[in-house]
Design a protein. Structure first.
Ligand SMILES: Cc1ncc(COP(=O)(O)O)c(C=O)c1O
Length: 482
C-alpha cells in the first residue's frame, strides 16, 4: 500500500500511485458506476498521504473520465460510455467525387437550430450564458467613445490593425508565426473559408473533405459549383492521410478542406504528426490546404493544440478561424491567414463586401488586449468538459443499448451512433414534434451515410436538456427495429 512509501521523484509519483489504487478498485468492481467514492479526507488518512496528493489523484482520474465530481457531494464513478468504433479504414477506398446538391433539408435544420421555442440540442454555438456579455458590452461602449471615427469608417483593406496585432500574438500559441499584415479580418469563419475556396478553385473542381463533414461547408461547395470528395475520418486521428494519398493519385484534387482541431462533428484532434504529414503530402502535390481551426481554443486540457498551418513551409495552407465559438457568434468576426493566396483573398473580400463591420473589431481588439480572454477560455473549457461528460452519461443512460458516441477532448459536440436500424431522419422529425432540435447524421455526407447517427450540442447542461436527452432516448427506443 501507499502508506509509508517514500516518494523519491516528487509528489507526481505519489498521486499517480494513489490514482492507480483507486482505478484498480474501480476495475475490480469494489466501486461501480454511480457509486460515491471515499472523501478526500478519508483517503488521505487511509493512504497516509496529504490532502493535496489525493486531490491531484482525483483530478487525474477525472481527466481520464473514470470519475466525476459533483458539486457539494463528492466524487462518483462514471458510467462507462462505449466509445464510437474507430472504423477500419481501407487504405484504397473506393472514392469518387460527388456533385453536391443544395438541400432544402439542410436549410430547414439550420432554421430550426435558431428557433427559440425548440430545445437547442442541435446548434453548435456557445450558450449566451457562458459568454462574457456584460464585459463585451461595456468594452464596446467605451471603445466607441474612445475611438470615435474608427468605429464608423471602413477598416480596410485587411481589418482593424489593433485587432490583427492581437490575432497575430494569439496565433503564436497555435505555432503560427505571422505579422498583422498576414491576417485578413473576415465576417466569420464561414467567409474566411468561402474566400479561400474562391481563391483556390473554379467551378467543376474537386475538393477533398473529411467524412463525416460539417454540412454548411457541403452547401458552400455546392453553391460554388464544386465537387466534394469525401475522405474517411476517425474520431481519434481525423482525416485519413493514407486514403487521401490514394485519392490524390486517383483524382485531380484542387484543394483540401479540413477541420484540424476538435472537428465538426467527430471532435477529432489530429495529432501533430498527422498534421505535419497532411501538410507535407498536399505540398508535395501543390494542393492548397484550407484549415478551419474554429474550435482550437476549446481544448479541455487547457493546452492549445497546434495548427496545421504551423507546419506550412510553402505558403499553401490557408488558416481560417473566428470568435464564434469562444466569444461572440453575432459579432461575425473571423480571420484568415492566407499565405500565397492572401492578396487574392483580399481582392475578393473588397469586391464582395469591402470590409467587416468596424465596431465589433474595436471591441474584440480591446477584449483580447485587456479583457481576460485566457481567463474566459479557462472557464468556458471547464464548463464544456463538464457538460460533455454529463450529456454522455445521460445518453448512455437513456438511449438503447448498443449506442456509442465520441469522447471529444475539446469543443462541445457529441456524435452519437445509435444501433443500426434506428433512422436518424425519423428521430429528427419526431424530436421536432416534441420541441427538440437535433442534427441528423445524413446531413454530414453526400453518400447516404450516417443514417443512424445524430449530432448533439453540449453547449448547455441543465434539467431541461437532461429531460430532452431522456425524450430523445425514449424516441430512439420506439424506433428500434423489432
Ligand atoms: C467547423 C465550423 N466552421 C465554421 C463555423 C461557422 O463559423 P462562423 O460563425 O465564424 O462563420 C462553424 C459553426 O458551426 C463550424 O462548426
Amino acid at each position: 500500500m501507499i502508506k509509508g512509501q517514500k516518494n523519491s521523484v516528487g509528489t507526481s509519483l505519489l498521486y499517480e500511485q494513489v490514482a492507480g489504487e483507486i482505478a484498480g478498485l474501480i476495475d475490480q468492481g469494489t466501486f461501480k458506476a454511480g457509486d460515491r467514492l471515499p472523501s478526500i479526507r478519508q483517503l488521505s488518512r487511509r493512504f497516509g498521504v496529504s490532502i493535496n496528493t489525493v486531490t491531484q489523484a482525483y483530478t487525474l482520474l477525472e481527466d481520464k473520465r473514470l470519475i466525476q465530481a459533483r458539486p457539494q457531494s463528492g466524487y462518483y464513478v462514471r458510467s462507462r460510455v462505449p466509445e464510437i468504433r474507430e472504423p477500419d479504414l481501407p487504405s484504397r477506398p473506393f472514392i469518387l467525387p460527388t456533385t453536391v446538391t443544395i438541400s432544402e433539408l439542410c436549410h430547414q435544420v439550420m432554421r430550426n437550430m435558431m428557433r427559440p421555442d425548440l430545445l437547442p440540442l442541435g446548434s453548435a454555438i456557445p450558450s449566451a450564458q457562458n459568454l462574457p456579455i456584460d464585459k463585451l458590452n461595456r468594452i464596446m461602449a467605451s471603445e466607441l467613445r474612445r475611438c470615435g471615427d474608427d468605429a464608423v469608417i471602413y477598416q480596410m483593406p485587411l481589418g482593424y490593425e489593433r485587432l490583427r496585432v492581437q490575432i497575430a500574438r494569439r496565433a503564436l500559441v497555435a505555432g503560427i508565426s505571422s505579422g498583422p499584415d498576414d491576417i485578413l479580418v473576415t465576417s466569420g469563419c464561414v467567409e474566411a473559408v468561402l474566400l479561400a475556396l474562391r481563391a483556390t478553385c473554379h467551378a467543376g473542381d474537386t475538393i477533398a473533405v473529411e467524412s463525416p463533414f460539417y454540412f454548411n461547408f457541403m452547401q458552400m461547395i455546392a453553391e460554388l459549383g464544386l465537387k466534394a470528395l469525401e475522405i474517411p475520418s476517425t474520431p481519434r486521428d481525423g482525416i485519413s492521410i493514407e486514403a487521401l494519398r490514394y485519392a490524390i493519385e486517383q483524382n485531380s484534387i484542387t484543394a483540401c478542406l479540413v477541420i484540424t482541431n476538435f472537428s465538426n462533428p467527430l471532435g477529432s484532434l489530429m495529432p501533430d504528426e498527422r498534421k505535419r504529414e497532411l501538410v507535407e503530402l498536399l505540398a508535395s502535390h501543390e494542393i492548397p490546404l484550407i484549415e478551419d481551426d474554429i474550435y482550437g481554443d476549446l481544448a479541455f486540457s487547457n493546452e492549445r493544440p497546434s495548427a496545421a498551418k504551423s507546419f506550412d513551409r510553402s505558403g499553401l495552407v490557408i488558416y481560417c478561424s473566428s470568435f464564434t465559438k469562444t466569444l461572440a457568434p453575432g459579432y461575425r468576426i473571423g480571420w484568415a491567414i492566407g499565405g500565397r493566396f492572401q492578396a487574392k483573398m483580399e481582392r475578393l473580400k473588397l469586391m464582395m463586401n469591402i470590409a467587416s463591420s468596424s465596431p465589433p473589431q474595436l471591441a474584440l481588439a480591446e477584449f483580447l488586449a485587456n479583457g481576460g480572454y485566457d481567463h474566459h477560455l479557462r472557464s468556458i473549457r471547464k464548463i464544456h468538459a463538464r457538460n460533455i461528460s454529463q450529456m454522455a452519461d445521460a445518453v448512455a443512460h437513456y438511449f438503447p443499448e448498443g449506442t456509442r458516441m465520441t469522447h471529444p477532448t475539446g469543443g462541445f459536440i457529441l456524435w452519437v451512433e445509435m444501433p443500426v436500424g434506428i433512422n436518424a431522419m425519423q428521430l429528427y422529425h419526431l424530436a421536432l414534434e416534441r420541441g427538440i432540435s437535433i442534427v441528423p447524421g445524413p446531413l454530414f455526407s453526400l453518400a447516404n451515410k450516417y443514417g443512424n447517427y445524430i449530432r448533439l450540442s453540449a453547449a448547455v447542461w441543465d434539467d431541461r436538456i437532461e429531460q430532452g436527452i431522456k425524450t430523445l432516448g425514449e424516441l430512439a427506443h420506439e424506433l428500434l427495429p423489432v
